[in-house]
Design a protein around this ligand. Structure first.
Ligand code: NAD
Length: 392
């Protein structure tokens, strides 16, 4: 169980690009990174595309005025010249900026944490992977939900054969917030999400389903997709060519089959992020709306509901525990867990501790690049007329 004690020698000096006053995701980064004040210290930032707003926001967070920068290039250059300069940076800007900022950060000698979908192409992912290796730096990806402890319980139970051989993978990440084009009118963050120049080759496939795809790989690391078929729609026509709904059928190498439904037009839905894995003996089901529970159904036996924090859970899961059973948690716990692992990974890289890096489970550059590959394969299938394509 985490109790906030330090797991690395000292907190890393950390900065943000983006995540400013009006951003959707910035606060989640800060609760994740700063909850264990033994992992990261917010030291600098280029928080906003608007320099003045960024400075006032940063100062309100307690960052020194001269370390609230107008843009990321100035921040990387000036911080590199300081003895107490930043060591790690999180990128929480719109998708189209991730690659350039990530590359500049690595070239400035920084560890990087970047938002999903990581980049536009998997080639860019491979390039950054090589650059990070050359520079001896970590690139983590904020698949924030993936820090939910009960997902590791699923991983442990599947590895222990508790559900038998996997047959069916049923994935869903949907909501209804974009059921009409009104959402674009009222939100700048929604406007860029349907502009291919900023969002990339997809809307919901990248915005939503990359999370769930990574979570499925986290809980079933042995399950590889052999081929898939994706059918995508733009129910709000002005979003074309980007989709606001998509179905993906998957064939796995072991003969299992799967589906992913991802949508932002699932009108009224407030419980649309779920993972159900069906094996030959039993099934496991987890829902984002009830992250503390894992439903375990063995064929012919009463249903069991496993509860976060209870001693009967696997060590892998209990190691991520923060508050203990009976106390409801959720997204902040998940983000804090993955941010703590980012800090442990960066510290291990600095010390050359490859044993630690080999065993640490967290969303790394490979996971981020796999997410882009997922989008590329889905888009290739959908744009080819919803046909089966080999997963490349
Ligand atoms: P947003 O439009 O709400 O906020 C973007 C922020 O970045 C704003 O503060 C803006 O001023 C700033 N910004 C833009 N360009 C900048 C630049 N060049 N330099 C400095 N700051 C800049 O966007 P959002 O919804 O917060 O999404 C940002 C990223 O986070 C996207 O990649 C999105 O996919 C991702 N996201 C991830 C999750 C998650 O759960 N991991 C949730 C929401 C968004």
């Amino acid at each position: 169980m985490h109790n906030g004690e330090k797991q690395i020698e000292r907190p890393l000096r950390w900065a943000m690009v983006g995540g400013g006053r009006l951003s959707q995701v910035g606060y989640k980064h800060r609760i994740g990174a700063l909850r264990d004040n033994t992992a990261f210290q917010l030291t600098a930032g280029a928080f906003d595309i608007d320099p003045e707003r960024g400075k006032s926001f940063g100062m309100n967070l307690g960052v020194e005025e001269d370390r609230c920068y107008a843009d990321y290039k100035t921040m990387f250059a000036e911080e590199a010249g300081r003895e107490d300069g930043i060591e790690a940076v999180s990128i929480a800007t719109p998708n189209g900026t991730h690659f350039a900022i990530c590359k500049a950060a690595l070239e400035a000698g920084l560890h990087v944490i970047c938002e999903k979908p990581l980049f536009f192409t998997s080639e860019e992912g491979e390039l950054i992977k090589t650059l990070a290796e050359e520079k001896g730096k970590i690139v983590g990806v904020t698949y924030g939900f993936s820090g939910a402890p009960m997902l590791l319980q699923m991983r442990a139970m599947i590895a222990q054969g508790k559900i038998g051989d996997i047959r069916i993978v049923d994935l869903q990440y949907t909501h209804g917030f974009c059921a009409s084009e009104e959402s674009e009118k009222h939100s700048d963050a929604q406007k860029w999400r349907v502009d291919p120049a900023v969002a990339g080759p997809s809307f919901v496939l990248g915005d939503l389903s990359t999370h769930t795809y990574y979570m499925s790989q986290l809980i079933m690391p042995e399950m590889k997709i052999e081929r898939l078929l994706c059918d995508r729609q733009s129910f709000v026509g002005s979003r074309a060519p980007l989709e606001d709904n998509a179905y993906v059928l998957m064939h796995y190498e072991n003969g299992a089959v799967g589906t992913m439904w991802t949508s932002s037009v699932n009108a009224g839905c407030m419980d649309g992020h779920r993972i159900r894995i069906v094996g030959s003996k039993a099934s496991l089901e987890w829902r984002d709306s009830r992250p503390d529970e894992l439903v375990y159904e063995v064929q012919g036996k009463p249903m069991q509901k496993l509860i976060r924090g209870m001693p009967y859970l696997d060590e892998l899961c209990l190691a991520e525990e923060r508050l203990g059973a009976l106390h409801a948690e959720g997204l902040s716990e998940a983000w804090s867990n993955i941010y703590l692992k980012f800090a442990i990974a960066m510290d291990a890289k600095n010390r050359g501790d490859n044993d630690m890096l080999d065993t640490l489970i967290y969303p790394d550059i490979k996971a981020g690049t796999d997410g882009i590959r997922w989008i590329e394969n889905c888009v290739r299938s959908a744009d080819g007329g919803a046909v089966w394509v080999d997963f490349e």
